[in-house]
Ligand binder design. Structure first.
Ligand SMILES: NC(=O)c1ccc[n+]([C@@H]2O[C@H](COP(=O)([O-])OP(=O)(O)OC[C@H]3O[C@@H](n4cnc5c(N)ncnc54)[C@H](O)[C@@H]3O)[C@@H](O)[C@H]2O)c1
Length: 250
């Protein structure tokens, strides 16, 4: 399918996990896609694997950098714009956890998670939207979380950052709507990736019991919704939080 042909996409934190699946799906939809992550070697090995599988060579690029750093994000977006002179899709996916109960959570761990998960989405949206607004077209998708909606003991920092992404989504949807730029959030539930790999059997089973569909989600479950939100069929959807959680939160 080529529904995103000639569209340029940036997916942050996408050398692995959910971001990688989003990259794969947007490439299958025909887009030109930039993989961003912290380490050049991680990006390179993902690009190599995807090219071995599908031969996307001319539409798949890497761009290394910490998206929570203003001095890095600005030139990163400028580099993409100087190569293609457009940016159509931004998926703010980069994220980390530093879990701990409130009594033991340091201010450093609180601020770090806010910076990597939320400030990064602010910065990338800020620089990408300049072009999107002038070209009168854009799709911004923020990967939030169900815990941004319902909270979670031991994740005061993470759930605050993910709730913040929902506020950012709704505010930007209101600011950008009249210029053809939609902004939506996805709230994944329990998805099998490196981020959830360390959870104990007990915690895992507890999660599964709370999911009506009785299975963990896959990165592809999230990628499919990103693809939909980028499609012409989603042109009239903005400011929404779409749960991809097997019914965990309703
Ligand atoms: N896995 C889940 O169950 C789940 C549930 C809800 C939401 N999410 C969210 O989905 C997103 C992807 O999660 P995942 O499970 O694939 O995690 P992951 O840890 O597998 O992948 C995250 C990627 O982001 C990159 N990254 C981290 N900090 C970065 C930075 N400052 N700049 C650029 N890249 C950076 C990491 O190197 C990594 O490749 C995250 O925002 C996460 O919070 C995940």
């Amino acid at each position: 399918m080529n529904m995103l042909q000639n569209q340029v996409a940036l997916v942050t934190g996408s050398a692995r996990g959910i971001g990688r699946s989003i990259v794969e799906r947007l490439l299958q939809d025909g887009a030109i896609v930039y993989i961003n992550d912290l380490k050049a070697e991680d990006i390179e090995s993902t690009i190599q694997e995807l090219n071995e599988q599908y031969q996307f060579e001319d539409r798949l690029f890497g761009i290394e950098g910490d998206v929570s750093n203003d001095e890095i994000v600005k030139p990163m977006i400028e580099k993409i714009l100087s190569a293609h002179n457009r940016l159509d899709i931004l998926v703010n996916n980069a994220g980390i956890t530093r879990d701990g109960l409130m009594m033991r959570m340091s201010v450093q761990d609180f601020e770090l998670v806010l910076k990597v998960n939320l400030t990064s989405a602010f910065l990338c949206s800020k620089y990408a939207s300049r072009k999107m607004l002038s070209q009168k077209y854009g799709r911004i998708i923020n990967i939030s979380s169900v815990v941004g909606v319902m909270g979670n003991a031991g994740q005061a920092n993470y759930s605050s950052s993910k709730a913040g992404m929902i506020g950012l989504t709704k505010s930007l949807a209101k600011e950008f709507g009249s210029r053809g730029v939609t902004v939506n959030a996805i709230a994944p539930g329990f998805i099998e990736t490196a981020m959830t790999h360390h959870l104990s059997e007990e915690v895992r089973n507890k999660f599964l019991e709370s999911i009506p569909l009785r299975r963990a989600g896959t990165p592809n479950d999230v990628a499919g919704v990103v693809s939909f939100l980028c499609s012409p069929d989603a042109a009239y959807i903005t400011g929404q939080v779409i749960h991809v959680d097997g019914g965990m939160v309703m």
